[in-house]
Structures are given as C-alpha cells and as structure tokens.
Design a protein around this ligand. Structure first.
Ligand SMILES: Nc1ncnc2c1ncn2[C@@H]1O[C@H](COP(=O)(O)OP(=O)(O)OP(=O)(O)O)[C@@H](O)[C@H]1O
Ligand SMILES: [Mg+2]
Length: 244
C-alpha cells in the first residue's frame, strides 16, 4: 500500500447497512484524514454503532463502499482489517471479564508476531494508563467502569492501530472519569492515531474533535468543524438540550 498524503485514510461512500430488510444506515458519506480526531454524534438509534461495526468489518454492507488507505475493503474480513490497523473499542467495552487485565491487553495483540514490538507497546500503554498498570493481575470483571474502559482502549492500542474506532467511551461513567478517558483519547490522537469517536455526549465530543458528523435516522444531516457544530442552533437544540 502506498499513501497519498492528500487522500483520506478512511472514506465511506454511499454506505448502506441493513438488518434483515430494515435499513439502519441509508447511504452515508464520511471522510477521515490521517491524524484527525473526528466525532460522530446523534440520538439513540441513529446508526452510529452500526456504522462503526461496518467499518471494523463485523457487519456486512448492503451498498456503497469503504476505502481504507485508498483500497476498497468491503470484502476484507474483520481480523484482516485489524491487522491492517483498524481497531474497534465496541459499545459496552467488550472486555473479557474472567481474564486478568494483562491477559485482556495481550489479547489485543493476537494478530501480531513481533514479540519485542508487543512488549514495547505494553510499556507505552502502561505509561499512558498508569491505573491499568497497577491492576495487571486483577480479574477484569471486578474493575470499575472507568478502569474497564481504559483496559478496552489499552487492548485496542496493543494491535498498534492506525485507525481507532471508539464507540461511546463515556457511557455510564461519572464526569471526572469521563474527563480522564477523554484525556487518554487525546493523548492517543497526539501519538498520530486517527480516531473516529462515537458519542452521545455531544458537547464533550465536539469540544475535543476537530470535525464532527451528525447522524439522524441512518443519514448524515450535518458536518463541520467541532466549533461550528457546537455553535449550530440545530445541534444545540437537538443534542445540547437548548430550546430551538
Ligand atoms: N442486531 C440488530 N438487529 C436489528 N436491528 C438492529 C440491530 N442493531 C441495531 N439495530 C437497529 O438499527 C438502528 C441503528 O442502531 P445503532 O445501534 O447503530 O444506533 P446508535 O446510533 O448506535 O444508537 P445508540 O446511541 O443508542 O447506541 C436502530 O434502529 C436499531 O434498532
Ligand atoms: Mg450505539
């Protein structure tokens, strides 16, 4: 693969996804450039999780295409996408509750064979997430919600992603913990990882992201810089609890 500096790392064109006969995503376009932190916001059921899962390759497409680094990856299975650098932190975190924290982290590297690289990346994760390092032998199911989210992010980082897909990392967490998680997300972005962040917490997401997309009923209805969306009266009315 060669990289054209101006071509997007990820490009969705007319993406359609259906469950049975019901269309959940109805032809969306989205672009993500290398190094960007972009958020996808929208109400319950808008199709955000469906979109992320399709990018990760765990859901088939009903139409349209996904281009990654210039290549059409519609038919590439999920484990190969992971090896190509697309990592998903799923809604609800998806950690292995009976395994230890360290085992969970190492699972993230299951497609890799470069032992030294894995150890180096573990050290990086420990530096970024000292709280996780303190709890390596603990069974992951006994961690707090915030700690579990950090383990889920750490596990994804162990695949050495180029594109990190985060599905509602703030869900169910107290404000202070959410802040901590967002600091981690930002430090991951600073390392050069491109991030697509799904959030219901629109205020926070738009503050952190350079750009955002708003989804409604399976369609992208609005896109722009984080700042412009935060100031948009439609966004404020729909997602930030203000009167229109
Ligand atoms: N496995 C499934 N089978 C059938 N329909 C589904 C399935 N998963 C999701 N849907 C439907 O697809 C639509 C989009 O769901 P999705 O989970 O992508 O929304 P979302 O934007 O992530 O919402 P939330 O903010 O609540 O997580 C919804 O109408 C949902 O009911
Ligand atoms: Mg969702």
């Amino acid at each position: 693969m060669h990289t054209n500096p101006v071509s997007p790392l990820l490009q969705l064109q007319g993406l359609q996804i259906a469950y049975g006969g019901i269309q959940a995503v109805k032809g969306i376009d989205l672009e993500l450039f290398k190094g960007e932190l972009v958020c996808l916001i929208g109400a319950n059921g808008a199709g955000k999780t469906t979109t992320l899962n399709a990018i990760a390759g765990v859901l088939p497409l009903a139409g349209g295409e996904i281009r990654y680094n210039g290549d059409r990856i519609n038919a590439v299975p999920a484990h190969k996408r992971l090896r190509q650098g697309i990592a998903l932190v799923p809604e609800g975190r998806g950690i292995f509750t009976r395994l230890t924290v360290e085992e969970n982290l190492r699972m993230g590297a299951y497609t890799r064979t470069d032992k030294d690289g894995i150890e180096a990346d573990l050290e990086k994760v420990y530096t970024m997430l000292p709280r996780v390092k303190e709890r390596l032998p603990q069974v992951a199911g006994t961690l707090s919600g915030g700690e579990q989210q950090m383990v889920a992010i750490g596990r994804a980082l162990l695949s050495r992603p180029r594109l990190l897909l985060l599905d509602e990392p703030s869900m169910g967490l107290a404000p202070l913990v959410v802040e901590k998680i967002f600091e981690v997300v930002q430090s991951v972005a600073k390392e050069g990882v491109t991030i697509l962040l799904v959030e219901q917490n629109a205020n926070l997401a738009l503050e952190f992201a350079q750009r955002g997309y708003v989804m409604e009923s399976g369609k992208v209805t609005l896109t722009g810089s984080g700042e412009s969306l935060l100031a948009d009266p439609k966004v404020r009315a729909a997602y930030l609890g203000e009167a229109a």
